[in-house]
Structure formats: structure tokens, C-alpha cells
Design a protein around this ligand. Sequence first.
Ligand code: GDD
Ligand code: MN
Length: 365
Amino acid sequence: MIPAGSPDISIVVPCYREVDNVGPLVAALDRALAGRAWEVIFVDDDSPDGTIGAVRALAASDPRVRGLRRIGRRGLSSAVIEGALSSSAPVIAVMDGDLQHDETRLPQMIDAVAGGGYDIAVGSRHVDGGTAAGLSSPWRHRLSEGGIGLARALIRPKLTDPMSGFFALRRETFDTLAPRLSGHGFKILLDLVMSAPVPLRAIEIPFEFRARLAGESKLDVLVMVQFLAMLVDRATGGMLPLRFLAFAAIGAVGVLVNLAVLFIARHLGGGFVDGQTAGMLVSTAANFWLNNVLTYRDRRLRGPRLWWGLALFMVVCGIGGLANIGIASMLVAAHHGWTAAALAGALMSVVWNYAVSSTLVWRAR
Ligand code: GDD
Ligand code: MN
């Protein structure tokens, strides 16, 4: 029986390429939450496998199923945030869309926060009775352990599994914290806990992390880099312009690439101008690629947009290069030292390149 009226609980499910898991997950929720008024909100980042189509098909005959399709965006945390913000239920639970989280623990998690006894209920793989058996490889285990250790040192309340993506809280708590969230990366629980002005009262509920049956994990080394960035961001209260620092660091790598190509060209018998031209082209393309996968991972360009973006980036950096030379030679003409002039020129061009490429090349859509 499908209960009428508004739901008491919204289950927010971030999903990317989970088309085969949508139906089984709804069926599992139906069993686990029998007798409760619930809804599930799938937040899909326009998966190429048609995940949202599977959601729409179920929603056509089941009003408890909702779908939110985001276009031109990626990110587990921001998906969860937007799904949760679309809820009007008193309690929100967040779980993965790949059946790795044990939905039979949901009633216990919901009841723990609904009455106000706890602020957040966290499904934990590391308290007695919970296991991380489903993590796909030994190095995923190590990555997970390392991240947990680091996070534990930094946050209160102490959670045994601060990386968990399986938790429940009152919507009122979420609404209060929402404006403070960084929304970057994939560690939404950490983001919530670290953004709370007063430590949240947490209860941990053990569960067994199941092995994935369909689809594949989307977490990789780059996600870990993003995780470190989020910890730094939270620990410094968002004071460091992390995106700019990443852009500048990649720029510095570009200088090395440029020199390497010049060096190789010289060994192949090329002249300075040829070598330097090749060096500039290769290093700019390399910078574009690195920025696309790291700095602007959340707005990553693909397909035809990628080539258009590369062309635009080349133009932007070309102008940045001219500005660099212009400023530096002006300063040299005004009798400043070469080093100071070169540094000022480089600073000028990195600020220009960053400002223009983040608004034009990787503009937020
Ligand atoms: N909308 C959206 N956008 N969903 C995403 C994205 C994204 O960019 N990336 C991943 N997801 C969805 C997946 O489809 C899945 O439902 C869920 O987020 C978790 O992603 P997985 O790729 O299955 O992650 P995992 O199994 O390796 O990671 C698990 O362990 C982490 C701790 O190590 C999850 O439980 C995470 O929640 C948990 O933080
Ligand atoms: Mn998973």
C-alpha cells in the first residue's frame, strides 16, 4: 500500500551511472520502510546510461519516487545538498544508489533523530558489527583508512566512520547548516559535521558495507585530492582560495613542461624559437588538461566542449603571456631588477589566466 499525504522522511540518493540499481533500490526501500510514509529523491548528474529515465519510469506509477536531473555538473556532495534542499519532510536520510548501504538500518537511524534524541545518525562500517568488506580493492581500503585517520584528528564529534555516505538527520538541522556547507567533493557527512558551530550529537549505527553488484565506483585518487582540499578549506574557515592555488601550482608545472620540451627540441637540433613555440603549445595544452581534471573537476569539459575549451584556453593564455612580457619589460624599462620584473609579469599573467578562464573556459553553468 502506498500511503497518501506528505512523507515523514526523504531518502536522498546521489547517483551517477546507476541505471540498473534504481529499481532494486526502490524495492529494497519499500521492504525496509514498510508502514512509514517515505519518498526517495534520486539526484542524477545527467548520467549517460539513462539513470534518470529509470527513475522517471518508476515515478510514473509510484508518487514516492522523485528525480532531480542536474545538467553540466558533477559532484556527490552538491547532489546530496540539492536533493536534501528539495525535501519538505521532517527527516532526511542520505544513502548511496548502488545498494552498498544496508537499507534495513534506516528505521533505526530515522527513529534516533526524529525524536530529537540525536542530531545525526551515522551508518558506520567501523563500529562493532559493521564491516567495510565491500570496498573494492586493497588500495581503496588504505585510502579509506588514511582519510579516516586524518578526518578523525580534525573533527568533533569523534566518528568511527567520518567518511560514511550513509546517515540521517532532521531537515531542520540540515536547513540550518546548508548555507555553511562547502559542497565540494564527496564527503558530505564531514562537510556537515565540520560546518556545525556546535558539535552535533551523533549516534553511530553499524552496518555491513555490501559489495557492489551493478555499475562501478566513481571514487579515485583525484577524489582523494579533492577530499584533502576540503579538509584544508574547512580547517582554514574557507580563507584560502584553493581553486586559485591549484591553478597557480599547475601553472608552475607548466613552466617545467615548457623547459623540458625546449630541452628536448634543442637535443633534436631545433632552434630556440621552434623549441620555445613547441614548449609553449605543449605546456599550455598540458595545463589545460590538468586544470580540466583537477582544478575544474566539478565543471569538467568533455566531447566537443573540450576542444572548444582548449582553443579558448590557448587564446586566453596567449594574451596572458603578452601581458606578462608587457608588464615585465615596462618594469625593466623603469629600472626594476629582472627578477622582480619577471615575477610581477608572471603574477599578472596567472591572475589574468585564472580570472578569464574560470569565467569563460570553465564557466559555472
Ligand atoms: N549525482 C552524483 N554525482 N552522484 C554521484 C557522483 C556524482 O558526481 N559520484 C558518485 N555518485 C553516487 C554514486 O552513483 C553512488 O550512488 C554514490 O554516489 C557513491 O559513489 P560510489 O562511486 O559508489 O562510491 P564508493 O562505493 O566507492 O564509496 C563509498 O564509500 C565512501 C567512503 O569511502 C560510498 O559509501 C560513499 O558515500 C562513502 O563516502
Ligand atoms: Mn558504492
